[in-house]
Design a protein around this ligand. Structure first.
Ligand SMILES: [Mg+2]
Length: 311
């Protein structure tokens, strides 16, 4: 949800970091440039758009026609659009098949799905084998029961039945919002059980394994496109909205956030390079239009010609 508290890092409890938002002035490095300042030459080299979903594409929990239309226009403009989300496998199955996207990374990197329209074939790639997921499921069920017993107001997320590899505890989507101390308690219980724990703007996700969004995106690029993501960083732009997108902001030099990131900038060690003027879905539309406008600029062509002559 827009304006929701969003994250804790490994080192700082969520409650402590939320207090620091109002207490500390933003550090100098936490000052992304306006997206309008994104150099046309940089924009012209982009081939892939990786995007978060909640509060980046969506606005108040809904996907607007304008944001969906912006994805369609990006694809028509030649970009490969890939949502990267904490949402469940069940959602990703629908997104891969129904949305105009090239692939989708889901459950914080536990999987990617890709539907090949020409071959009418769905690729479902999981970090864990089916047996490993089955064993993890039993452990996650026990962990979920322990958390519900220990943290008043916590609920299993409504999308849990459609998850394959993680446990999602709802603290402010349909439940709560729970106070930051409760969120810390959920994280602590997950970690005490040996799980990885991540906080999004709505859920605390826990899983038994060492994947994350970036790690599975590397696999996707290698296996589907035959590309080394480390070498391809400058052909990729990532757009997100909250501190749990920080690893992606840190990895991609061309990283963008929608404007609802602003309250959380003081929390980020790796802030986005650019920020849109608009929030949530409106910010995504602004991002897409700016990216596409480059293709129509004569100056862009001129700059590319100059670059070719100089190299
Ligand atoms: Mg988000």
């Amino acid at each position: 949800m827009m304006g929701a508290p969003a994250n804790a890092t490994e080192d700082h409890p969520f409650s402590q970091r939320m207090k620091s938002i109002s207490a500390d002035p933003p550090p100098r490095h936490a000052a992304p440039a306006p997206f309008a300042a994104f150099p046309a030459l940089e924009r012209s080299g982009i081939r892939f758009v990786l995007t978060d979903i909640d509060d980046t594409l969506t606005t108040d929990g809904r996907l607007t026609a304008a944001a969906y239309g912006a994805i369609e226009r990006l694809v028509a403009g030649g970009y490969r659009v890939i949502p990267v989300t904490g949402r469940p496998a069940g959602w990703c199955d629908l997104i891969a098949r129904l949305w105009p996207v090239d692939a989708v990374v889901g459950e914080n990197g536990a999987l990617y799905f890709r539907y090949d329209r020409a071959a009418r074939t769905m690729t479902r790639r999981f970090w864990l084998s089916e047996d490993q997921r089955e064993r993890a499921r039993r452990r996650l069920d026990r962990l979920g029961a322990r958390i519900l017993a220990a943290v008043p107001g916590a609920r299993i997320a409504a999308d849990q039945p459609y998850r394959e590899a993680d446990l999602a505890i709802d603290y402010r989507e349909d439940a709560g919002p729970l106070p930051p101390d409760s969120v810390d308690r959920i994280v602590a219980l997950m970690r005490a059980a040996g799980a990885t724990a991540k906080i999004s703007s709505i859920h605390v996700n826990g899983w038994f394994g060492d994947w994350d969004k970036l790690a599975m995106t590397r696999h996707l690029f290698a296996e589907i496109y035959g590309l080394d993501l480390d070498r391809e960083r400058r052909s990729v732009v990532f757009i997100g909205d909250s501190p749990n997108d920080e690893p992606m902001f840190g990895f991609f030099p061309l990283s963008v956030a929608v404007a609802n990131i602003r309250p959380y900038l003081p929390l980020l060690a790796a802030p986005p390079a650019y920020v849109t003027a608009g929030e949530a879905g409106a910010g995504f539309v602004e991002f897409a239009e700016t990216l596409l406008s480059c293709q129509n600029l004569l100056t862009c062509q001129t700059l590319l010609t100059c670059q070719t002559l100089l190299t």
